[in-house]
Design a protein around this ligand. Structure first.
Ligand SMILES: C[S@@+](CC[C@H](N)C(=O)[O-])C[C@H]1O[C@@H](n2cnc3c(N)ncnc32)[C@H](O)[C@@H]1O
Length: 397
């Protein structure tokens, strides 16, 4: 049914009041009560604007069932996107707050966690979860809609770990939780979790890679990306690109590029263009950057004469196998990543392969674990979602 309990509503109001988001994305908006409360508090009460044309907060929603959406939700939300949130969210920008109200339990656990990672990536500041807890909130399909079924059960302990504020309410089937999560707290939590297995993989997989390439915080800290500021097109990405706290990978890949001179470095998965920008750090090299779709957003890109951007199949580019450094940052579902890795092996590639997001989700973990060449998990020096380096120059010691 497209609604939820009511005990958490005042808690939701305190979350909104305390964080004052300028934009909200309500995932699985259903009948729309969470959007209505956000509008009423943020614009009508705090913004003192009861007229729609004066509303300042952007409130968008995603809903999988089009027939749940009626005139009353359309009057409150700015945009309502119809479709599976797991896919739709990839097409949207960022929001100050992303609300998951009684929706995570409609996904299988693994997919729910991947959706949550996507929410973190699309949130500027906060994520809010309202969710039944324990194992007794069973719900079958209703109204003949398969997505109404509960597919996963959640425990207080697993969400409390990274939430800055939470509350639990008691109902007949069991507890029900409200969690406010700061984006950065969740990233810190993931980094802490990821560091645990890193020690094991380092010893088992790759004696010597760090030493061979002087990969340490001290060397990488010498890379200063500030000179690229004029190319950065949005404030949020400025924070990522210029990060100096070893949460992002841009300094690490710029550092890797300094090992080479007068060579062509490949960047696969251009996206907004920031990895190509970092890989162009050493002036004598060229960067060849590929994507399947155009989504670049760099400023002053006409000045970036050492980067060539292409749309199309990178595997058809004859220069690829001669590249000493390749960065792969594509779909993160293990599909193209595996095809690409097998292509390098089959063609006897000799160089370094940098992989982004190796711990983002299960398929990426499986992909990373399947690599048999000497490799090193560099997450502690790179991206919080996992950075890995594969050394095709060396055979296994
Ligand atoms: C229990 S209702 C919650 C409605 C609202 N968030 C609230 O708290 O009142 C869950 C909603 O999530 C929607 N939903 C379920 N799976 C979804 C998916 N994969 N993508 C988008 N919406 C989904 C359902 O159709 C339903 O409207």
């Amino acid at each position: 049914m497209p609604t939820s309990p009511f005990a958490h509503i005042y808690t939701y109001v305190t979350y909104l009041f305390g964080t004052r988001p300028l934009s909200v994305l309500d995932i699985g908006l259903g009948n729309g009560k969470l959007g209505f409360i956000a509008r009423d508090l943020l614009d009508v009460m705090l913004g003192e604007s009861y007229k729609r044309e004066d509303w300042k907060t952007r409130i968008d929603g995603i809903e999988i069932f089009p027939d749940y959406i009626q005139d009353h939700q359309k009057a409150i939300y700015d945009n309502i996107y119809i479709g599976d949130a797991f896919e739709v969210i990839d097409t949207l920008g960022n929001y100050d707050m992303i609300v998951l109200g009684d929706v995570l339990e409609h996904f299988e656990k693994k997919q729910a966690l991947r959706l949550f990672d996507k929410c973190v990536a699309h949130s500027n500041k906060h994520i809010v979860i309202f969710i039944p807890l324990g194992n007794n909130w069973n719900q079958p399909e209703i109204y003949g809609k398969p997505h109404e079924k509960h597919l996963s059960a959640w425990q207080f302990q697993e969400l409390e770990l990274f939430s800055c504020s939470h509350e639990v309410f008691q109902y007949a089937p069991g507890p029900y939780g409200a969690f406010l999560i700061k984006k950065n707290d969740y990233i810190d939590y993931r980094i802490r979790k990821l560091r645990e297995p890193i020690k094991k993989t380092k010893v088992r997989n790759s004696p010597g890679i760090r030493e061979r390439y002087s990969l340490c915080r001290e060397s990488i800290s010498k890379i200063d990306l500030a000179r690229y500021d004029r190319y950065i097109a949005n404030a949020e990405h400025r924070n990522y690109f210029l990060d100096t706290n070893f949460k992002e990978h841009y300094r690490l890949i710029a550092y890797l590029s300094t090992f080479f001179n007068n060579l062509e470095i490949f960047d696969i998965g251009t996206n907004k263009g920031y990895s190509a920008l970092a890989l162009s750090y050493k002036h004598s090299n060229r960067v060849i950057s590929y994507d399947l779709v155009e989504c670049r957003e760099l400023h002053n890109s006409e000045e970036l004469s050492r980067i060539d951007f292409f749309l199309g199949d990178v595997l058809k580019d004859k220069r690829l196998l001669k590249s000493p450094l390749i960065m792969l940052d594509t779909n993160h579902d293990g599909g193209f990543e595996n095809i690409f890795y097998r292509f390098l092996k089959k063609n006897n590639y000799k160089g370094l392969l940098f992989l982004d997001d190796i711990h983002l989700n299960r398929p990426m973990e499986v992909f990373w674990n399947s690599i048999t060449e000497p490799k090193e998990d560099l997450t502690d020096l790179g991206h919080w979602s996992g950075s890995g380096l594969v050394d095709f120059l060396k055979t296994e010691e």
